[in-house]
Design a protein around this ligand. Structure first.
Ligand SMILES: Cc1cc2nc3c(=O)[nH]c(=O)nc-3n(C[C@H](O)[C@H](O)[C@H](O)COP(=O)(O)OP(=O)(O)OC[C@H]3O[C@@H](n4cnc5c(N)ncnc54)[C@H](O)[C@@H]3O)c2cc1C
Length: 433
């Protein structure tokens, strides 16, 4: 299977350095560790909302972490169901979290407009296909809880033959409609059979390229208040009288640090109390495949659930289609499989062996448009998960001077931006008191 091991998002980026490595001792107000979409949007909002000086320190290059290796879907979602989250959070808080994440669509528009990023944001719809009655029942339950607590609800379309087999609560009657199996295939752009589908807004973008555009904009707009260091891995951060982030044999001192490292690798955190993140990280690697095509169809996004009866035993695959910025033809990316990892992530390895062929097999048998086999690209990327699956955003409860916008999980593009805005507002508010 000829496959170039590269992320198409990285192909779309200008890789010239935009920040010098840290070489001498520096002092700033806030030091941000990690230059993906979380770190750059946190810097964006901090500089916009306050007169603070901000230094961003990136291990390699801005945008080359998960932000440059993902599925490119800006969706307002979390990876746990409402019912599941009710075990650890009150319903009103879950609804507020979901509403907050939904504002990410507007936030990404605002950022792109304000920095003049006009060629890389595509507004579309994400269609999710469900293949079993159990999944449909779960979705109806999700809709009911969302409705009850005031979170966004996505209307469901059911295969007309399924209606007698599922129990629909009368409160949802107006949000459930029916369609023929072929209509479901059409909206889901698939040859496979799904028995239900729902849609939600999607903002598609190369979040690595966007991170680089944000960083460049901040360097131009705030030359006296923003400093960026690339190729500067932070080995440790100490928390005492002041915060010190050490890298390249020197350090940046600051009043506070915001950890935006996507959860891994974690710099050593030196403090007299135990930071919240220390016991709450799980490291995953996720794999993806992409093809270009001769077509130039409308952008679209899809998730396909197969919790039952899928021979490949993948819970879901996610597919994104939008123009490849290098030639304007469709770029179709698809991912799904992920696994835990304890060693250093190797971008040249397959996790597990054969994973790219498996993803490509799904694409070949299900996607309806022709793809160019000769343009196949394969890659993997890091996902940092908190134990409870909820992103870590805000102040550490035990370590003064430590803030987080991190452990973004598998759906992290819009939540990183929303988290950046929230952390910046809290830091700016704390400073002005
Ligand atoms: C294969 C894959 C598919 C995905 N698909 C989607 C999707 O379709 N939609 C979605 O919303 N999310 C998706 N995600 C998740 C999404 O990519 C991430 O949640 C998001 O990019 C996280 O942004 P970030 O800035 O936190 O992380 P990153 O982009 O990883 O940025 C963290 C940065 O921190 C740097 N860093 C780490 N340690 C240090 C250190 N010690 N010193 C200095 N710098 C450090 C890293 O080099 C990196 O650049 C996917 C992720 C993967 C891997």
């Amino acid at each position: 299977m000829p496959c170039e091991i590269v992320s198409p998002w990285i192909k779309e980026m200008d890789d010239r350095p935009i920040g010098e490595p840290l070489a001498t001792e520096e002092r700033t107000d806030i030091v941000i560790i990690g230059g993906g979409i979380a770190g750059t949007s946190t810097a964006y909002y901090l500089l916009q909302e306050s007169d603070l000086h901000v230094t961003l320190v990136e291990r390699t290059k801005v945008g080359y972490g998960a932000s440059g290796r993902n599925g490119g879907q800006g969706i307002a979602s979390v990876e746990r169901s409402f019912k599941d989250l009710l075990g650890s959070l009150p319903g009103a808080e879950i609804a507020s979290l979901l509403n907050e994440i939904s504002s990410g669509h507007q936030r990404v528009d605002e950022i792109c407009n304000s920095i003049g990023y006009h060629d890389g944001l595509f507004k579309t719809t994400i269609w999710t296909g469900l293949s079993s009655v159990t999944e449909v029942q779960k979705q109806l339950e999700e809709m009911k809880l969302r409705l009850l607590y005031g979170a966004p609800v996505h209307p469901l379309i059911l295969d007309e033959d399924l209606v007698p087999k599922v129990e629909i609560d009368p409160v949802l009657a107006e949000m459930v409609s029916t369609a023929t199996p072929s209509r479901l295939k059409e909206v889901l752009c698939t040859r496979e059979k799904y028995i239900a589908a729902y849609s939600a807004p999607a903002s598609l973008a190369n979040s690595g390229r966007l991170s680089r555009a944000i960083a460049r904009h901040l360097l131009d707009r705030y030359p006296g208040r923003f400093v960026l260091h690339e190729e500067s891995p932070v080995s440790s951060i100490s928390f005492g009288e002041e915060v010190k982030a050490r890298s390249n044999g020197t350090a940046v001192s600051a009043d506070a640090a915001v950890l935006c490292t996507n959860g891994y690798p974690l710099p050593e955190l030196e403090s007299s109390t135990v930071p919240k993140i220390s016991d709450s990280l799980r490291r995953y690697v996720a794999s993806m495949v992409a093809h270009t095509s001769e077509d130039r169809t409308a952008p679209g996004a899809f998730t396909y659930f197969h919790e039952e009866g899928d021979p490949e035993e993948e819970p879901y695959f996610y597919l994104t289609r939008r123009p490849f910025l290098l030639n304007g033809n469709d770029l179709v990316t698809v991912g799904g499989p992920q696994q835990t990892i304890s060693e250093e992530l190797d971008h040249g390895a397959e996790y597990p062996p054969g994973v790219y062929a498996r993803i490509d097999g799904f694409l070949a048998r299900s996607y309806t448009c022709a793809l160019r086999d000769e343009d196949m690209m394969c890659w993997n990327g890091p996902m940092g998960y908190t134990k409870d699956g909820i992103r870590l955003v805000g102040k550490d409860p035990h370590v003064p001077g430590l803030w987080y916008n991190t452990a973004c999980n598998g759906i992290g593009f819009l939540p990183s931006i929303v988290g950046g805005r929230k952390v910046a507002a809290e830091i700016a508010g704390a400073r002005s008191r």
